[in-house]
Design a protein around this ligand. Sequence first.
Ligand SMILES: Nc1ncnc2c1ncn2[C@@H]1O[C@H](COP(=O)(O)OP(=O)(O)OP(=O)(O)O)[C@@H](O)[C@H]1O
Ligand SMILES: [Mg+2]
Length: 281
Amino acid sequence: MTRLSARGLTLAYEDRTVVDALDLDVPDGEVTVIVGPNACGKSTTLRALGRLLKPKGGAVLLDGQALAELPTRRIAQQIGLLPQTPAAPEAITVGDLVARGRQPHQRWWRQWSEADERAVAEAMERTDVAALADRPVDELSGGQRQRVWIAMALAQETELLLLDEPTTYLDVAHQVEVLDLVRQLNHDKGRTVVVVLHDLNQAARYAGHLVAMKAGRVVAEGPPSEIVTAELVREVFGLDCVVVPDPVTGGPLVVPGRPWRPSPPPKTPPTDSVPSPVRTT
Ligand SMILES: Nc1ncnc2c1ncn2[C@@H]1O[C@H](COP(=O)(O)OP(=O)(O)OP(=O)(O)O)[C@@H](O)[C@H]1O
Ligand SMILES: [Mg+2]
């Protein structure tokens, strides 16, 4: 049994069921990556794992206890969640937003400690936002803002970290930096991380455990080298591709089929080959 799991988890918005009787064990001390087409229920599932969404049926269990039965602070000390589209309070500065990640650790008799200070500084350093500390969050570029949110989630210093598309808006170098950071946290501090990603090749590179979802269900899960195949990509995304060994890691590399190109024009005989009328003068 793992620390975080879902049993018969059913999630719905009003009457519309999005996730139906999902069973999922998040392996402890691993990086789990969830992939799947738009609207298949990835964010909905992640939000339920972080108790932002109440199940319609079944339960999310933390150490064997249903989240619904645990005090909010206890959950916030154990599980950090970066939603897909977080909203910052108006005019808040970067430093203040990252500091909010420390709230679950504060007590009324001790508002701010050295541990808080250190966690915030380290999170900002690791995400490359220290130089932005005094800037208002709403004046940042999309990529800068995304890194600030990641910093806030890191500052929370939870053993379980749930990140919904943390690489959105980031240029390719910052994408790799964030995913490497996730790996480092996992390796150095034994953090259990669940990440939703769209890039299958990044998913295959960074996942210890890969979960492929479609229409609210888990279609396949396991180590990327065992489950990423052209058949799976076709089944889950309806995409033709070939899967070849990644030249750097040796893991699976998904190469989509040929890009669209115009079909060649129908063959007509070139005009100069048309025989000219015979002159009879
Ligand atoms: N707050 C909401 N109210 C009503 N329906 C919602 C809400 N949030 C999501 N949905 C619906 O639930 C379904 C699953 O959405 P979800 O956000 O979990 O998808 P996703 O897999 O994360 O997709 P994406 O890759 O686009 O982020 C979609 O049909 C969506 O329209
Ligand atoms: Mg989503």
